[in-house]
Design a protein around this ligand. Sequence first.
Ligand code: DGT
Ligand code: MG
Ligand code: MG
Ligand code: MG
Ligand code: MG
Length: 283
Amino acid sequence: MANSKYEYVKSFEVEDKLMPSTWIVLRIDGRHFHQFSDKHEFKKPNDERALELMNACAEAMFEEFPDLVFSYGVSDEYSFVFKKTTEFYNRRSSKIVSITVSFFTSFYVMKWKDFFPDKDLKSIPSFDARTVCYPSTKIVRDYLAWRQKNFDLHLLGKGVFIPMDYKLATAFSFVGHINNQYNTCFWKLIESGKTKSEAQDRLKGTQTQDKNEILFQLGVNYSDLPAIFRKGSCVFKDKVEEIVKYNENGQPVKRSRNKVITDHCDIIGDKFWKDHASILEDE
Ligand code: DGT
Ligand code: MG
Ligand code: MG
Ligand code: MG
Ligand code: MG
């Protein structure tokens, strides 16, 4: 009812429109997934099915929200980039956050059995989400590089000792996947019968090469681990050429189409971005 005496309550609502002409990055993160992953006995440090379920949710997001251009996921988190010019929900942060995170969560629950046919969902998964605006392509790329570089820091678990070489490495950006390598090593040592503190002692002060050696002794070649574990996952839309029909001379007629792709790429270096220049193109 227009102009009723109750109408004034609307003036209490706060404006949360995000800055125009900036990339909107949405990060979704599982709430209390430390407990959730224990309860559902996820493999340590990386559970392939859990990661694939997250990827399926990200793919569904691309089908549902056409202004998404790129996303990157590791562990219980996924970052989504909306195109700079998006007018999705008038760029209202609370709308964007609430709609996307509820969609993601519902899809996670709906698809749980497809990925874990042998496991019941024993507790209710929930996710938090936030939006951040980045004004330039360079900063978006730095954001994504930051997520890829830091990945698996959380897999160390709360209160687990973080070795000096790890801290130095992230501070000075020496080595890309050092956290994941540490974790893989840590959990392999546990698997081989060591206690947590024995495993930490064994890893104390070790460099990349030493950890590779430990892994090798335990029968693991780090570089042979699936890329999904080493790199995380990228879901994005890319132009692909598809044959739509053949003409009367038998020649293929091609059309380029946007297709949702999932891959496990290095997004820190330039190569991926050179090969996929259209993703973060300014319009
Ligand atoms: P939060 O986000 O503050 O509510 O708390 P958490 O517990 O979700 O902590 P977070 O997001 O920093 O770290 C992710 C947790 O999820 C981490 O404790 C380990 C767990 N997790 C994620 N992916 C995997 C996996 O593939 N395997 C196992 N075993 N655990 C995983
Ligand atoms: Mg969190
Ligand atoms: Mg979490
Ligand atoms: Mg997390
Ligand atoms: Mg409504």
